[in-house]
Design a protein around this ligand. Sequence first.
Ligand code: COA
Length: 345
Amino acid sequence: MTNISNLKTLLEGINFNQIGVSFKGSGSYVPDQILTNQKISQKVNTSNEWIKSRTGISERRISSLGDDVTEMGYKAALTAIEMANWDIKTIDLIVLATSTPHDLFGSAPSIQAKLGAANAVAFDLTAACSGFLFALITTSQFLKGGSFKRAIVIGADQLSSFVDWNDRRSCILFGDGAGALAIEATNECDNLIGFDMRTDGERGSFLNLPSKNNKDSIIDNINFSSGAFSPIQMNGQEVYKFAVREVPIILEKLFKKMNYTSDEVDWLVLHQANQRILDSVGDRLKIPGEKILSNLEKYGNTSAATIPLVIDEAIRNNRIKQNDIIATSGFGAGLSWGAALIKWG
Ligand code: COA
């Protein structure tokens, strides 16, 4: 009797409907305007050689008026939906990772409207350059929990609007763009193999896009702070040290937790901040250069967009293939960082 009741208790604890996620499509979009290192050198005291050797970046894309996060995110989402071959009305959830929404109240519902995804719920999520990874993980929890079946996760940013174009220490790094993945709940597999997420607000001052806190008066002695932002402020050396220290640690811990070795990884997909960071993390994890995806030479750091942008490029170039194992990590302001182990498909 005791054994039967033990078994009953055990069975009650198991969710037989446990579902996972699979990746069905990818998409991306970058604006047409190209800002080369040579052009930046006409604006601030720098050179193509300096930028190229310290960052790996040659050029970046800059949004013009109208090509904002809503527009870029919409175009990236649409190409991901086309690859997935989904009827737009079957999409349940749209999550937009961005720090630069066209509307501070959120840009995801505008993307929903542009797509005509009338049955989806859409919202923004902000975690700077970790935003896409955090959004991917958040979305997957909704899908695995059974609340939604089909989701689009978008990373889109327009940091050119918030860069100090007179600050040579930071303006050389950033560009604009968007990427998206189409993800579906399934009970056949779980292709988000594992993940981890971290933040450390104590070190948040290394990279900010802070409110200006301009004091203004409404009437008499009732004051308010007007809603405007200062340009990006960055301690480049500290951010660099943070990335090359924390990214290998979080990935190594994830490999260990999920019982994987770095040899089993087909692609290392890091947030595209600096080629030296990519190389250093690859060295630490003993992942060879040919397995490290990089397109920052063309686009620079597009913040929440870098990871889906480089994944989409590799899928369309036939580099990432069905069942490939991708180790990915996002990192940036917050400070925030995270990692995920994914099987494509
Ligand atoms: N062109 C020419 N010289 C420049 C320059 C530029 N664009 N930017 C800085 N310098 C100068 C500095 O003034 C300094 O000169 P000094 O020695 O006479 O004072 C010198 O180059 C070295 O500066 P330093 O800040 O030590 O350079 P660095 O090797 O650390 O490279 C970054 C600077 C920004 C490229 C690098 O720190 C970096 O990539 N950090 C990470 C930033 C990042 O990824 N942020 C986003 C995270 S999501």
